[in-house]
Design a protein around this ligand. Sequence first.
Ligand code: MG
Ligand code: MG
Length: 597
Amino acid sequence: MRTSIATVSLSGSLTEKLTAASRAGFDGVEIFENDLLASPLTPEEIRARCEDLGLTIDLYQPMRDIEAVPEEEFARNLRRARHKFELMRRLGADTVLVCSSVSPLGIDDDALAAEQLSRLADLARDSGVRVAYEALAWGRHVSTYDHAWRIVETAGHSALGTCLDSFHILSRGSDPKGIADIPGEKIFFLQLADAPLLAMDVLQWSRHYRCFPGQGGFDVAGLVQHVLSTGYDGPLSLEVFNDVFRQAEAGPTAVDARRSLLVLQEEVGVAAPPAPVVPTGVAFAELVTPDAEPVQALLRALGFARTARHRSKPVHLWQQGEARLLVNTGPAVRRDGTQLAAIGLEFPDPPAAARRAEALLAPVLPRRRALEDAPLDAVAAPDGTELFFCATDRPELPNWRADFEETGDAEQIAGVTRIDHLALVQPWHHFDEATLFHSSVLGLRAQESVDVADPYGLMRSRAVTNDDAGIRIALSVGAAPTDDTVHAQHIALATDDVVAAARRFVEAGGRLLPIPANYYDDLAARFEFADGELETYRELGILYDRDAHGEFRHCYTRTVGRVFFELVQRDGYRGYGAQNAPVRLAAQHIVKGLTGG
Ligand code: MG
Ligand code: MG
C-alpha cells in the first residue's frame, strides 16, 4: 500500500520535512497548513519540490469550523474555502481535510451539517477537490466517526467522504467494528497514530502524546483491518503530534515512522518482509576504550580471564562461563572514555535476521573487517550501538570466535555464568523508536515501561526480552540531560551466589558501589531475613528485591568511563530491580560528587 506522513509529524522547515519523508521512502505527504504558511516557497515551488522528491501531496489539512453554523457565518466559510481550493489547485493537492467544528457558533443539527457540507462539496467539485470530513474526538457536536459518517451519508455527495483517524476513534473508546459498514470509496483518507494509554484530556493527549503505530497502547492494526475490509485503497498516512518528535531530527524520525508502517502492514497481512528471527542469547558485548587498564583491572577483579586475542586487531576476549566481553583498544575507538559500543547477538539464522533488519530500515554497517575475518552482518541500533548477527555453533556459517587465537590464560572461576542483561541508555529522542526497533527488527517482546526517580530527574525504563529470557535488554532514558557517569550503560553478570562473587571481587581489589545504611533499615522493615543475611548485604552493598516469582540480589561496581557492571543473583525473579534503581542512582551521584567524575 502507499504510505504517507503528515508534515506536522516531523521537525524542521517544510523542505526539511519533505526531504526526510522522501529519504525514508514515503510515497506521499499530508501538507499541514501551518507548515505551508511558514514556508518561503510558493505553492508551485512546493509542488515542484515534492515532484523532485518523488512525493505526492495526498492531503491538505486542516479546514476547521465549517459546518452547522448560521447562514451568514457559512457564507464567510465558503469564501474561505474558495481561497483554499485555489491554493490546493496551485499545490496540486486534490483532497482537503475538514475536521468537525469546535466553534461556539456551531449548531447541534445533523441535517444542517449535511446540507452545508454538501454545498461545500459542490464548490470543491467545481475546483477538482474532494472533501474528507473527520470527527475530532473533542468536536463540539460531532465527535465520533460513526456520527461523521452518518452526516456524510445523509449529504450523499460524490465529492464528500469521510476521513478516519485512529487516534480520534480509539481515544474515545469507540468500537472500530462499525467501520466495516462504510463503503470503501466513501473513506477518502485514513490517518494513523498510536498513543500511550493515559487518563487525561483528550485534546492534550492528542496534541502532545501521539506516537507511531506499535509505540503506544492502541490496537491500530485491528482498526486498519476493519478499514481494509471496506476496500479502502488510499494511503496509510501517519498524523502524529508529539512533543519529542517536534524536537528530534527529522531524518531518523521519518525512518522510525516508516518502519512502524512496514510492521503494521506485516501485521495486517498486506506486506511480508522476511520473518523475524529472534536472538537466543548474547555472543559478546564489546567495550571500546582509549585506556584499557582500568577496565581490565575491573574485569580481572570480577574473575574474567583474557582467554583470546584477535588475530589482526587490538581486541581481546575476556571470558568467564558463558559471559564474553571484547575489549577493543583499536584506532576506531572514540576518545570519550570506555563505552559499550557493540553487541553480538546469537541467532539460529544470522543471515535471515540481517535480511529482516535491512528490510525494516535498520542502517546496515559496512563489514569493516580484515581479510581473514568472519564477515558478520551488522546494523546500528537507534542509539548507535552496533549489533552483530552471530552464530557460535554453526560450522557452515562464519564464526566470530574463529577470528581469535587462544592466549593460554586459563579461565578463572569466580562464579559469573553468563550475561544476565544489558542496560542501554537511549538518547532522549530515541526511546520509543528503540522499543519499536528491538521488538520489530529483533522480534523481542517489550515489557511495561517503568518510571524511576533519579535525584536530578526522572528515568523511564523498558525491557525487551525473548521468550526464555536468554536475552534481556533494558532500555532507558533520562528526562534530565544525560549524565554520562551515572546514566551509563551497564552489563549485568549472572551468578549463582552474589555474596561469594561480591566478596571475591572486593578481595581482588574491586570496589562496589556503597549503599546507604537507611536502605538496609528499610529492607529490615519490609522483609524477614535469616540471621546475619542483612548484615552481609549491608557490609557489601548488596541490594535485594522480591517479586511473585522469586528473589533478586544484586550489587554494582564503580563506573569506568561510561560503563559499569552489575552482579545479579536471580532466583526465579523476573524483573530488573526497578524498586532499587533510585537508591542505586542516588549512590552513583554521591560517588561521582566525591570523586569529581
Ligand atoms: Mg486527524
Ligand atoms: Mg540492571
